[in-house]
Write a protein that binds this ligand. Structure first.
Ligand SMILES: [Zn+2]
Length: 305
């Protein structure tokens, strides 16, 4: 994967709420109670399981208050500098730019709907959102109540160290998955699915799996079209994406499959508890989106699969 050095990084699409430290590095992700030994590790893995969920998990929806305001000044300067692409936060901002540039064009084309941009909030440790208070342990997520993506960038280390999902391309995959939830929100798919869950609680997990797999498929559709995305001046954002990058995304999708995570945490594999889909399903739907490059092919609800 190669990013274009000349692409302008649009930091207005993100909000930096990491505080004055701003580095985002070196802050340990809190280990759940009983942590330290294997229990702690398992706790993190289970938290990561919830990670790519995008709403619907244990956040207390208490206030509609979006919480503290961010300060992008430091990030703006950093991402305008010559070595910006060496910086994790600037690269992630550029990934967000590419994903949203894709949907600006693809949403009207595929579904006849206008795309409304959504910000990604960089936070460290904890953050207050329209879906309630969240801490880093829950991993990246999309909050439909305030239409924003939230990520503590140290999550990528957890992904690499604890789950073995390495490689840079895991990062845009994670973000593209979360923006997939934003698209579902814009299309009303998410709301429809929540209503269906209320009508039929026994089917709630199966419905959640369909929503998650569709977000994976949308991520694949973006990946296929990512080299065609450009900044506001028309400069391409990616100069190349290789087969290896795609394999990394598929590998990440597999590593975070429900069965894989249950196995890693030492629990028996129980399909009734699946909320995201198996490794095989996640791989399959990302691949479908990638191969077709068409979000219309991501009909996880209609295909009965
Ligand atoms: Zn998700």
């Amino acid at each position: 994967m190669e990013l274009n050095e000349n692409a302008r990084i649009d930091t207005s699409q993100v909000e930096d709420r990491r505080g004055s430290g701003g580095g985002g590095g070196g802050i340990p992700i809190p280990i759940p109670a009983g942590g330290g030994g294997r229990g702690g590790l398992v706790g993190i893995i289970i938290a990561v399981l919830v990670a790519l969920v995008g709403g619907g998990f244990g956040l207390n929806a208490m206030s509609g208050d979006g919480g503290e305001a961010g300060d992008n000044t430091a990030l703006e300067q950093k991402c305008a500098a010559d070595d910006a692409l060496q910086q994790l936060d600037c690269r992630n901002t550029l990934y967000v730019n590419s994903i949203q540039a894709y949907w600006q064009r693809a949403l009207p084309e595929a579904f006849g709907e206008r795309y409304t941009p959504s910000k990604t909030i960089f936070f460290s440790q904890g953050v207050s959102t329209g879906c309630g208070q969240a801490d880093s342990g829950v991993g990246p997520f999309y909050c439909p109540a305030d239409d924003q993506v939230y990520i503590d960038l140290t999550f990528y280390r957890v992904l690499a160290d604890q789950l073995g999902a390495e490689g840079e391309f895991a990062q845009p995959y994670v973000l593209a998955h979360e923006y997939g939830h934003h698209v579902q929100d814009l299309l009303g798919t998410e709301a429809q699915m929540r209503r269906q869950q209320q009508r039929d609680p026994g089917d709630a997990n199966a419905l959640s799996v369909k929503l998650e797999l569709q977000a994976d498929c949308y991520a694949g559709a973006w990946a296929k079209n990512a080299t065609g995305t450009a900044d506001a001046q028309g400069q391409r954002i990616f100069t190349s994406i290789s087969e290896q990058d795609i394999s990394q995304a598929i590998d990440t999708a597999e590593k975070i499959g429900d069965d894989a995570i249950q196995q890693r945490s030492g629990r028996p594999v129980n399909p009734d508890e699946f909320t995201h889909g198996t490794s095989e399903q996640r791989k399959e739907w990302f691949t479908r989106g990638y191969q077709t490059g068409d979000p219309k092919s991501c009909d996880t609800f209609g295909s009965g699969s």
